[in-house]
Design a protein. Structure first.
Length: 729
């Protein structure tokens, strides 16, 4: 029997609002989905009954549905496609999915109203089984101001549909000459008034500001236009038809969107669909949606806006065929077919039998229990990966327990996060007391999976089986050095209780496979990072101001631990070669490690103290990393190199060595530039290539961010790990 799924399209009653358009296209494209396991139901205004075809059962907005939902039909799943809906499922057991578009009210309303709206939205979040967001920016704000808890979440970008090939007539309101175009409901958050003084300084263009004017702010904008005597140059036609919109997009010189608050920013992608240059602000979701393909105003000073516009329009005209095609290609990444496909995947996920029954990652109705074992005292990339995995598994409903070293950084993390843990000694590989303790914890807590994350925990975990417990063992290997040929190494890698060996790169898997009697036991599960970690930190001045770095100096850095295999000697040599060529640059080593003093002495011996800054350990990486101009990784061995993924997330171009798993992320010429380990000259030449080529920088950072979001996020990593758990259970 198919699942009954209700989709709330109630905002169709205000069709020409952003939510109205979202509802219309959601219904239109849902009509093309043929899923035998789902019976579709739509909640719509009466005038939209049968609007999307006969494949749906329609329920009408009504007093009964709003105030007496328990008297209405029961559904297995209810999707509120926006957070403003007043309609809810009326029966216990219905899965409730909530899509949050924005929290713009935080900046638009007074304190009392904000408190009320947050409380109201929190109630909806509390009801939800799953939450989707239309942008990473919205997701970040929701996680900051709402208690999401362990609920599963997903970012699904909006789709864009507009007929770029349609032939339309010239609107009657359009004056002669070249014109710029702006579109949106004329509200304060759209910030359209800043375009008035801007257009006064751009003499060769008229300006069309189209959109609903039924708001007091529109009157203020029109009054300002009249005061500046710009009525002939600036036209505000109000709501325009689809044909007029297409004509204006197709024939404008550029699209302007100085908005302050956007959950997504649909017109930005619409304009790009026509290959038009877009000038927008750096606020809210706009840098995320526009990416490296939009031009940005850093302030709304009219002189600055006019200067940026003139410079970038000149750049666009000189390269218009290529840039126009790039804009069109980029915009094709935002389609309704893709969006609906992703929403359908969410529906199918929450309707899986085990979720429908228990709401957790479970076996026979009981949550899966995992014990994570880590022996490290300090904090490096591997520990961050374990933390990310536990965070994501918590969201999926698994029960996690941590076994960590006494007085370790991980013990501090467990305390601060409220995670269940026990601490033990990992002073040696053959620590039988710790092995016995692990076995006892497994028995007492009925652990299903014992996940071994480090070399010492690998040995302790295998030894724990001698003391009796039923947990299945899973190993993650993160280093690319050769495995010892002694008996202990061979024994612990081929121990029959180890069901799977996960390697963080294909390179490590190739090292592990020859040691295994059953090479099929190994599988690559790439590490992942938090793609949102750097999303809203774009102030490049923090490091420059703190260390007084001149605007003309290129800032090159690394955030990896100062360890031998990171080869900071080559990092220093690269700096020496570049400065010898007269290249104005500063190098920055952000972090700590056992090789700190050796590298400090090497820098001093080369008289590079002014050129290379060693910051020591920093807790503010999300704030300062985007301030680098180029990320340089000089490792001679590397399991994967997740600090490179952080650089991808921060949209910093990467120069790296062909070490370990790095080439699985840094694809030469596509997501970064590569050189052989130890080759400081080749690394320096790659830095010069990037520093001197803006188009190359944009290409590398755009491709790198796309690769990150598809293959190297913490969510993708956790889903693959969970797949391994499911398989062996």
């Amino acid at each position: 029997m198919p699942y009954q799924v209700m989709v709330d399209l109630g905002k169709l009653k205000t069709l020409y609002s952003g939510l109205g358009q979202f509802s219309y296209y959601f219904g239109k494209h849902l009509a093309s989905v043929h899923e035998e396991t789902i019976r579709w139901n739509l909640l719509t205004p009466r005038s939209y009954r049968n609007k999307f075809g006969n494949g749906f059962h329609y329920e009408t907005l009504s007093i009964k549905r709003r105030y007496f939902p328990f008297l209405c039909s029961k559904y297995d799943l209810w999707h509120a496609i926006h957070q403003d809906s007043a309609y809810f499922p009326g029966h216990a057991g219905t899965i409730y999915i909530l899509t949050i578009h924005d929290l713009n009210f935080l900046r638009e309303k007074g304190a009392f109203r904000v408190k009320y709206l947050l409380s109201n939205l929190q109630q909806k979040v509390d009801k939800a089984s799953y939450i989707t967001f239309i942008s990473n920016f919205t997701a970040s704000e929701a996680n900051k101001y709402l208690h999401i808890g362990n609920k599963p979440t997903k970012v699904i970008h909006n789709g864009v549909e507009i007929d770029t090939g349609k032939v339309t007539a010239r609107p009657k309101f359009l004056p002669g000459g070249k014109f710029l175009f702006a579109l949106g409901m004329v509200l304060e958050k759209k910030n359209f008034h800043v375009l008035v003084d801007f257009i006064d300084r751009v003499k060769d263009y008229n300006l069309i500001i189209a959109g609903d004017k039924n708001h007091s702010y529109a009157g203020k904008v029109e009054k300002l236009i009249h005061q500046r005597k710009l009525s002939p140059k600036i036209i505000m036609p109000g709501i325009i038809s689809e044909d007029d919109k297409i004509y204006l997009y197709k024939n404008c010189e550029a699209f302007l969107f100085p908005s302050l608050n956007e959950g997504f920013g649909l017109p930005v992608i619409e304009a790009m669909r026509f290959g038009k240059p877009v000038f927008t602000s750096r606020f809210s979701s706009l840098p995320e949606i526009g990416g490296n393909h939009a031009f940005y105003w850093d302030s709304f000073d009219p002189e600055h806006m006019a200067e940026i516009f003139a410079d970038q329009m000149n750049f666009y005209r000189m390269n218009s065929p290529r840039i126009s095609e790039e804009l069109k290609r980029y915009s094709q990444g935002y389609t309704w077919d893709r969006s609906i496909k992703e929403y359908l995947e969410v529906y199918q996920e929450v309707l899986e039998p085990f979720r429908k029954t228990t709401g957790t990652f479970s076996i026979n109705g009981k949550p899966v229990r995992i014990l994570h074992l880590s022996s490290e005292i300090g904090w490096r990339g591997g520990e961050q990966q374990i933390a990310y995995l536990i965070e994501e598994l918590n969201k999926l409903g698994a029960e996690n327990l941590v076994g960590c070293a006494r007085h370790s950084k991980f013990e501090e993390l467990c305390k601060s996060n409220g995670w269940k843990y026990f601490s033990a000694g990992f002073s040696s590989y053959l620590n039988l007391d710790t092995a016995s303790n692990v076995a006892r914890v497994c028995r007492n807590n009925k652990i299903d999976i014992l996940h071994l994350h480090t070399s010492k925990s690998h040995t302790v975990g295998v030894l724990s089986t001698l003391y009796g417990h039923d947990a299945k063992l899973v190993l993650t290997r993160r280093v690319d050095n050769e495995i010892g040929k002694n008996f202990l190494s061979r024994w612990k890698y081929n121990h029959p209780r180890i069901k799977r060996i996960m390697t963080v790169s294909d390179k490590i898997r190739e090292i592990v496979k020859p040691v295994l009697k059953n090479p099929g036991k190994s599988i690559t599960v790439h590490s992942g990072v938090d793609a949102l970690r750097f999303e809203y930190h774009r102030d490049k001045r923090i490091l420059r101001d703190e260390y007084r770095i001149a605007p003309g100096e290129t800032l090159i850095g690394n955030t990896s631990a100062i360890a031998k295999h990171k080869d900071y000697i080559t990092f220093v040599n690269t700096c020496e070669w570049l400065t010898g060529k007269g290249f104005k640059c500063r190098f920055m080593i952000i972090g700590e490690g056992p090789e700190h003093d050796n590298i400090r002495n090497y820098i001093d011996a080369r008289n590079l103290t002014r050129n290379i800054i060693m910051t020591g350990f920093r807790k503010d990486i999300p704030l300062i990393l985007p301030g680098l101009d180029i990320f340089l990784m000089t490792s001679v061995t590397e399991g994967l190199g997740t600090s490179i993924l952080d650089a991808f997330a921060a949209r910093i171009p990467v120069v790296a060595t062909r070490a370990g798993g790095i080439p699985e992320m840094v694809i030469d010429g596509e997501t970064g530039l590569l050189a052989d380990p130890g080759d400081s000259v080749a690394l320096g030449m790659n830095i010069l290539r990037i520093a001197g080529d803006k188009e190359l920088r944009n290409l590398l950072t755009t491709n790198a961010y796309k690769l990150l979001c598809t293959e190297f996020t913490k969510t993708a990593m956790a889903n693959k790990v969970m797949g391994v758990y499911k398989e062996i259970l």
